[in-house]
Design a protein around this ligand. Structure first.
Ligand code: NAG
Ligand code: NAG
Ligand code: NAG
Ligand code: NAG
Length: 615
């Protein structure tokens, strides 16, 4: 009798759990590769418009935090900025799948959190660069996937000869098959699988369109459309905005030195543009198939669909050859749509969102548990917010080589910079600092194509001088370039812990002029191709109301810190680029000294010359 009762209780309890889990929403993320928002690609996707945009919220100011596939994806799937993932490029030592695994992200990314939150997890298509037939086993068991069909190298970018790596099987190539249609079929199969389960599901679908095609044995060519889409949009051309191959140079650093493109190149770039639009048609079809499949399983009403692209793309703007990696709007502003339960239909949202927000949003809406230190925030379902919680900023960062395929000597240049976008009701601004020292300020309301650099000019914005504005924008960049979790979400509060400054406009109050004048400035000591912290000092900032920058060690004031360092018997200090390990003797362990010394060097403290450390 008692046993029977216990059994009944157990049955009831499992039924409740199963019911709750079955009620949880499903999530599908569709992530395209290199798709622009600024060059109008979305206008050529009627099914996406009808099935996603008209049925959900279009986030107009959505940004990739790095304009490059691999680091953008690493950040999107982990909810962590590139300066925190340290996956900053396409291949080792600074990026690629091996770096993602080496840094431990393979067990700290969205599918792991979703699986732990009771979800079935599936992944199809491209994960990231350098994920290939030799290394796919690395991390495969830790990555929290119940099923997957990865597109891996050397097939990732072969539109008609892809390589699929299924679950624990050996990779297989598919010559003659259009990769995106195959991807659609594989994705639908996982939805069929999910429909049989009692659990909610998470599915990431990652087509490679409209990225370049890789032709085996030949190299890179224009994107390849499916047969049924060949020759579509015969008259489409890259929009001729004012930044289109301009007569006078624009941009900063190496971009400013580019020669104008020839007519022949422009014509070829227009063809390239059409091929991209044609290749996107298969994604348009994939979206339709996805919706049809959800309908067939009666799962549509309970599924969020998030559509975005890893990074944007430029073609001929600022005289650039087709590509990405720049901080300009074409490269960083990407399409982003969400439809699903509780999401308004056919609405455009102006709040500033980024890829860092996607993982925290999905985990929260799933009622799941994340790592507790996402750099992004949970996106409001309505796409609106209150003055108390402004969504006004995003930081864009990049480290690496210049890539602009043409016959001029650019190979020695480094494309390393920090940039921010700050958007509110009365302002829409861009600010950048490049590793060579160039700065840019654009008033994006008056100059959306970034042709008129106002840095150090006599113009006024928001009624204040450029200097005054620049000091605020620089301080915001200073916080964001090393931010973690809360400081990424509320950077002004890192500078003003009293909570009185929440937006750029608040920070412009004259009573803060002196504080911002004396603030450390964002700069690079060297141009490097990866995130080498010592090349980016200072990293600390003064905090309003305190006299010294944020204490490196809580509870230890600056004087004590200096005393402590002096007690290490420093014989001679060397510059960060020379390395600090060569010239000192110490009485504690190497690593703790190094940590202390690095933190000390990172501060430019008024009234203290580091030479003071030489006894
Ligand atoms: C996808 O599935 C459909 C329906 O089963 C089939 O007709 C088509 O050939 C498949 N396409 C690919 C590329 O596998
Ligand atoms: C397809 O790709 C494989 C490598 O994955 C290569 O060995 C093969 O030659 C390619 N076939 C064609 C037709 O390009
Ligand atoms: C800023 O402008 C001042 C005055 O026009 C000039 O002396 C200075 O060199 C400029 N600085 C930069 C970084 O352009
Ligand atoms: C990032 O990775 C590179 C390459 O391994 C390394 O040199 C650098 O110190 C790392 N940066 C940080 C902040 O960990």
């Amino acid at each position: 009798m008692v046993l029977k009762y216990i059994f009944w209780l157990w049955m009831a309890a499992t039924a409740v759990v199963a019911k709750e889990e079955a009620d949880k929403p499903n999530f599908i993320v569709i992530l395209t590769d290199d798709q622009d928002q600024q060059l109008d690609s979305m206008k050529y996707m009627p099914k996406v418009k009808k099935l996603l945009t008209d049925e959900g919220v279009y986030f107009n100011h959505h940004y990739a935090t790095v304009a490059l596939c691999c680091p953008a994806r690493a950040s999107l799937w982990t909810g962590k900025a590139a300066h925190n993932t340290n996956v900053t490029n396409l291949r080792p030592p600074y990026g690629g799948y091996p770096k993602f695994v080496e840094e431990g992200w393979i067990s700290k990314w969205l599918p792991v959190y979703m699986q732990k939150s009771g979800y079935k997890t599936y992944f199809t298509g491209k994960l990231m660069n350098n994920h290939n037939a030799n290394n796919y086993m690395n991390g495969l068991k830790e990555m929290g996937l119940d099923g997957h069909d990865f597109m891996i190298e050397p097939g990732t970018y072969q539109y008609t000869n892809t390589t699929i790596q299924h679950n624990f099987e050996k990779p297989r190539s598919y010559p003659g098959v259009y990769a995106t249609d195959l991807l659609a079929n594989k994705s639908m199969a996982w939805m069929d699988d999910a429909a049989k389960e009692k659990k909610p599901f998470f599915l990431a679908i990652n087509p490679v369109n409209p990225h370049n095609n890789y032709q085996w044995g030949k190299g890179w060519t224009k994107p390849v459309p499916a047969k049924r889409h060949e020759g579509t949009f015969p008259d489409a051309k890259v929009p001729r905005s004012v930044s289109f191959n301009p007569d006078r140079p624009s941009g900063a650093a190496w971009v400013h030195e580019l020669p104008q493109l020839s007519d022949a190149v422009i014509k070829d770039n227009d063809l390239y543009y059409r091929r991209r639009l044609q290749a996107l048609q298969a994604v348009d079809d994939l979206v339709e198939t996805t919706i049809d499949t959800l309908k067939r399983h009666k799962m549509l009403d309970n599924t969020y669909i998030i559509y975005t692209s890893d990074n944007g793309f430029h073609i001929s703007q600022h005289r650039l050859m087709p590509g990405k990696r720049c901080p300009y709007e074409e490269d960083v502003n990407v399409p982003m749509i969400i439809r699903g339960p509780g999401i308004p239909k056919g609405k455009t949202a102006d709040i500033v969102t980024s890829h860092l927000d996607i993982a925290p949003t999905i985990v929260e809406w799933a009622g799941g548990k994340g790592p507790g230190d996402f750099d992004g925030s949970v996106i409001p379902k309505e796409g609106t917010t209150t003055p108390d919680e402004p969504w006004e900023h995003v930081e864009v960062e990049h480290w690496g080589a210049v890539s602009d395929k043409r016959d001029i000597p650019l190979s020695g240049k480094v494309n390393t910079y920090k940039a921010i976008r700050v958007i509110g009701d009365t302002y829409n601004l861009f600010y950048s600092v490049w590793c060579e020292g160039d700065h840019e300020v654009y008033d994006m309301s008056a100059d959306p194509h970034q042709m008129n650099n106002l840095y150090n000019s006599t113009e006024k914005i928001l009624g204040v001088s450029m200097k005054k504005l620049e000091h605020r924008l620089d301080a915001l960049t200073l916080v964001l370039k090393t931010c973690k979790a809360k400081t990424c979400q509320s950077p002004w509060e890192a500078l003003h812990p009293d909570g009185k400054v929440k937006t750029l406009v608040d920070a412009l109050d004259s009573k803060y002029d002196e504080f911002y004048n004396k603030q450390n400035r964002v700069k690079f000591n060297e141009c490097s191709r990866g995130y080498i912290v010592s090349n980016e000092y200072p990293i600390k900032y003064h905090i309003y109301g305190n006299h010294s920058p944020e204490a490196p060690f809580p509870g230890l004031n600056y004087k004590d810190l200096v005393k402590k360092v002096l007690s290490f018997k420093v014989l001679r200090w060397t510059t960060p680029s020379q390395g600090y390990s060569s010239g000192y003797r110490h009485s504690c362990s190497d690593s703790s000294f190094k940590e202390l010394f690095e933190m000390l060097l990172s501060d430019t403290i008024q009234g203290l010359d580091l030479h003071d450390l030489i006894p």
